[in-house]
Design a protein around this ligand. Structure first.
Ligand code: FE2
Length: 373
């Protein structure tokens, strides 16, 4: 009989655990409070549930403000409440400032002090993509759909004779790491006239649409988040994967940590579905295989049946998005092969805390006093 309380194997030192899941974030024991330092900036919400856009703010203005620490911390809170924040026309934002900003968003919002920017595991791949200036940077992941096809050729397509199942695009960044990413910051350097949109779905809201009894069960579960493609790519390319990768706990080439299906966001203190679905989630631990598939299908069904939980970005040149991976999933739209023009993005990610679930934390709607229906 499989256990439903299989301990997670991520080497955490968080102390107290419930069903093998850490129950606190030592570096950020309390939810953070917004101070109002961004109220001067124009913004609009993307939907009632998720997303915000600051249409006229330059990221460099925040970075260079006298009270930049306060503003960046407040922005981290806004990103964590809204899930994702968009900026437009960041033509003056260079890679060094993008990296610094992403790092500071994590640092000023209670990330463990030993962590920093993620290092992509296959940075040494001969096919690793260059930045627009021809250089590479171990903290920057360059997105280019054409070139990525070559790097990931070791990843077999499951149903080559059928239309693609785009639900597999949904994921949370770096879930294959023992300590996954909290914030990701993507800048689109080149964008086709249309196509290549990115979508974000609120894990807070998906959690809120599950019945209390089923939520309580999901809160006992962990999932294995295996991503073997990095090791297979490294073996095929005869190089070592990068290590460590933004945290002393992100080492080696196993890429198969276990994470809680429901986690608490350290900044808002709200519960979100986390490792219940997505590209990097391979198995719900401690249940039979049919049950594993049933749970993951159910959560995916909640995403695809509730499009009011989703914010969509139509990219433009030099647009940026910053999101909190612990409370949203995102999905690229692989339709750029249908149009002329390249889609080139530059992404930095901060590594957050070991995922935890505070059993006393609330859902977003509970915390804000919003009825479920
Ligand atoms: Fe991603």
């Amino acid at each position: 009989m499989p256990s439903t309380t299989e301990p997670i194997s991520n080497g955490t030192t968080n102390g107290a655990k419930f069903h093998g899941i850490p129950t606190s974030c030592p570096s950020c024991p309390e939810a953070l409070k917004y101070s109002g330092s961004l109220d001067q900036y124009e913004y609009f919400e993307i939907t009632p549930i998720i997303g915000r856009e600051y249409p006229a703010v330059k990221v460099t203005d925040i970075l260079n403000a006298p009270n930049f620490e306060q503003q960046i911390r407040d922005l981290a809170i806004i990103i964590s409440e809204r899930g994702v924040v968009f900026f437009r026309d960041q033509d003056n934002l260079n890679v060094a400032d993008q990296k610094r900003f992403c790092d500071l968003v994590g640092k000023f919002s209670g990330r463990p002090e030993e962590n920093g920017l993620h290092v992509h595991p296959i940075y040494r791949d001969p096919g690793n993509l260059c930045l627009p200036d021809g250089t590479t940077d171990e903290n920057i992941y360059v997105i280019n759909s054409e070139a990525q096809k070559k790097i990931y050729k070791t990843m077999a397509r499951r149903t080559p004779d059928e239309p693609r199942d785009l639900s597999r695009e949904w994921h949370s960044d770096s879930t294959f790491e023992t300590v996954p990413s909290d914030f990701s910051f993507l800048k689109m350097e080149e964008s086709p006239p249309h196509g290549g949109d990115t979508l974000w779905c609120s894990g807070y809201e998906v959690y809120d649409r599950i019945s209390p009894s089923f939520r309580a069960y999901l809160e006992t579960l962990t999932a294995t988040c295996a991503q073997p493609v990095f090791r297979s790519a490294a073996t095929a390319g005869n190089y070592e994967v990068m290590s460590p990768r933004g945290s002393p706990l992100n080492t080696g080439d196993e890429f198969a940590p276990s994470h809680p299906v429901v986690r608490t966001n350290r900044i808002t203190g709200w519960k979100s579905i986390f490792a219940g679905v997505g590209l990097h989630v391979t198995k719900i631990n401690g249940v039979y295989s049919f049950e594993d598939q049933m749970i993951r299908d159910y959560i995916m069904r909640l995403i695809t049946r509730n499009h009011d939980c989703i914010a969509r970005m139509k990219w433009s040149k030099n647009a940026c998005a910053i999101w909190n991976n612990s409370c949203v999933w995102h999905a690229a739209t692989p339709d750029t092969h249908l149009v002329e023009g390249n889609r080139v993005g530059v992404r930095a990610s901060s590594i957050g805390e070991v995922p935890y679930l505070d059993p006393n934390s609330k859902s977003r709607r509970e915390a804000l006093g919003i009825p479920i229906v």
